[in-house]
Each structure stands twice: as C-alpha cells, then as structure tokens.
Design a protein around this ligand. Structure first.
Ligand code: SF4
Length: 305
C-alpha cells in the first residue's frame, strides 16, 4: 500500500468508525494530513472535548492522551503507540514533589502541562509553554515552585521578576540537546535568518534567540513574519511542516539532533492499524485522578480568563 492509499483508507475508516484523530505538532507530515486537529497538547485536548466523535485517537505521547481523557472523561481515548511516553513528564515523581511541597509549604506549585495526570492532582495550577507567564503573573502568591522543566521555569521567572521561583531539576531531553555552538554555527551559515526557539531550550540558547515561544507560537511567527529565512530551535518536524506550508521561505534546523524519539514512535502504519482495528492503548484513569487533575487545569483556565 502506498502512503497515499494508506492515508485514503485512514480517512475512510475514521469516518466510518467515528474516530477523531489528533496529531501533535511533532508528528510527521503524513500523519498531519489525516488528522482532524493538529497543534499543541492542551489545544488538542480542548478540540477533542468539542469534537462530535466519541472516540479519540491521540497521535502524540502519554501525558497528552491523559489530558484528553481528563477533559473528556465520557469519551474513549486511545494513545497511538503504547511506548510513546514523555521522559520529562516521567521525571517528576509524586513522592519527590510531595516532599518539596512539605519543604516549601508557602509556595504555589505550578505544573507544566507535560506532567502525568497523577502528578497534576497534587499541584495547584497547570501552565502551558504559551500561557505560563500570563497564568503565573495572575497567581496571587509571590512564591512559585515550578515543575518539572527548569529551563521553561527560568524563562518564565525572568519575565516575572517580582516573583520568587524555585525549580526542580528536570527538563526535555530533546530540547536540551541544542547549545550555543549550534547557534554560532547556524548564525554563521544563515546570517540573515531569524532564530526562533522553544522555551524548553537551555537559557544560554533562549538568550540568543530573536523569538522564544511555544510550538504554535513558532509556527505562527514564521508564517506571518515577512523575513524569508528562519533557524528553528525546536523538534525538527516543525522545520518540515513549515517548509510544506511556506514553500517560498527557507527553514533550517538549529540542530539535526533535535528529534523526539518518543513522538516519532508513531508511524502512519500505526495510525492505520488503530483506526482499522479501533485499537491503540485505551487510556483509563480513576475518577479521583480525573477530578484532581481537572482542578489543576481548571485553575489555569480561571487565571487565564
Ligand atoms: S519533545 Fe520533550 S517534552 Fe515533548 S514529548 Fe518529547 S521529550 Fe517530552
């Protein structure tokens, strides 16, 4: 079966079985083309909650499928590949965060959306990379314990100098691979290009960027800006997607090494199998986990509104 034939079958089968396909922005372009929605993890969960379908297939990693389930507990939610986890989400262990809470009882615990559903139940508020500054500015408490990504936390803290931040040692193993040497080399090779990076990158990299923002932020910046060349400092599939979308512009990866192998576990053939057999790994969460994690997400929505 060719890629096009497989895509046509997926489109037919998802219609027949009433399946809504979500593709995270770091999925490959052939998966984007069969998805109902493409985007950042939290945006996808919100789209899934509004979608008419009762079955959702998340092509992404586990915490994203959990977030879909938290917002749509009545729907059946499937993860496209059972081994697709997020090493950053798995770094923050419940016991460790409970100990930190005991140590810093007067701190508001802010959890990046890239955390497990269970961990969200013991945190005070969630944030996304695009909403973190706005949400944490709106938190009344000046003391913030930010988990688990200390790079994103550092970037947010620099914009909120009136707040006192504490971090745990954690971060994205994909974004942390990019360094100052990569920036120097890329700037030399493409002197006219704008450097756009994700705040999960090391502070020494974000400090040199022309724009720092979420994946969605990077995509819209590159699409709407008049410049012709961009160095992209986030997962490399974004370079591919931008080149497809804006063929008249040029996009270069900041590092060839910035590939999330967990995101890349899902292939078009997995998506095909999932919609054909109505399979994948079904996400089950206890009602108290859903309620506890939803409280943390609802607080983000309240502060952001
Ligand atoms: S890119 Fe980083 S944060 Fe995103 S899924 Fe991969 S490891 Fe997790």
């Amino acid at each position: 079966m060719t890629t096009r034939e497989m895509q046509d079958e997926i489109l037919r089968l998802k219609q027949e079985h009433g399946i809504c396909i979500l593709a995270h922005a770091y999925q490959s372009h052939d998966i984007w083309e069969v998805a109902d929605y493409v985007g950042d993890s939290f945006g996808l969960s919100q789209e899934a909650a509004k979608a008419p379908q009762d079955t959702i297939l998340m092509c992404g990693v586990r915490f994203m499928a959990e977030t879909v389930k938290i917002l749509s507990p009545q729907k059946r939610v499937f993860l496209s590949h059972p081994d697709a986890g997020c090493p950053m989400a798995d770094q923050a262990e419940l016991e460790l965060v409970l100990r930190l809470k005991e140590q810093y009882p007067d701190y508001t615990v802010a959890a990046y959306i890239n955390t497990t559903a269970e961990l969200k139940t013991i945190c005070d508020v969630c944030v996304t990379s695009s909403s973190a500054v706005k949400i944490l500015r709106a938190v009344e408490n000046p003391n913030i314990l930010f988990i688990p990504d200390c790079n994103l936390g550092d970037w947010v803290a620099k914009q909120l100098p009136d707040k006192q931040f504490r971090f745990m040692q954690g971060g994205c193993p994909t974004h942390v691979r990019m360094n100052i040497r990569n920036v120097e080399k890329a700037r030399q090779a493409h002197p006219n290009a704008k450097l756009l990076v994700h705040p999960e990158c090391h502070p020494s990299v974000t400090a040199l960027a022309d724009y720092v923002g979420s994946t969605t932020g990077i995509l819209s910046y590159a699409k709407s800006s008049p410049e012709q060349e961009y160095i992209i400092g986030t997962e490399n599939s974004i370079v591919q997607h931008l080149q497809f979308t804006c063929p008249d512009k040029r996009f270069y990866p900041l590092s060839l090494d910035c590939v999330c192998h967990n995101m890349k576990l899902t292939t078009l053939a997995d998506v095909y199998r999932c919609v054909k057999e109505q399979s994948g790994e079904e996400i089950h969460l206890d009602a108290d986990i859903i309620a506890g994690a939803k409280r943390c997400i609802d607080e983000m929505l309240r502060l952001g509104s």
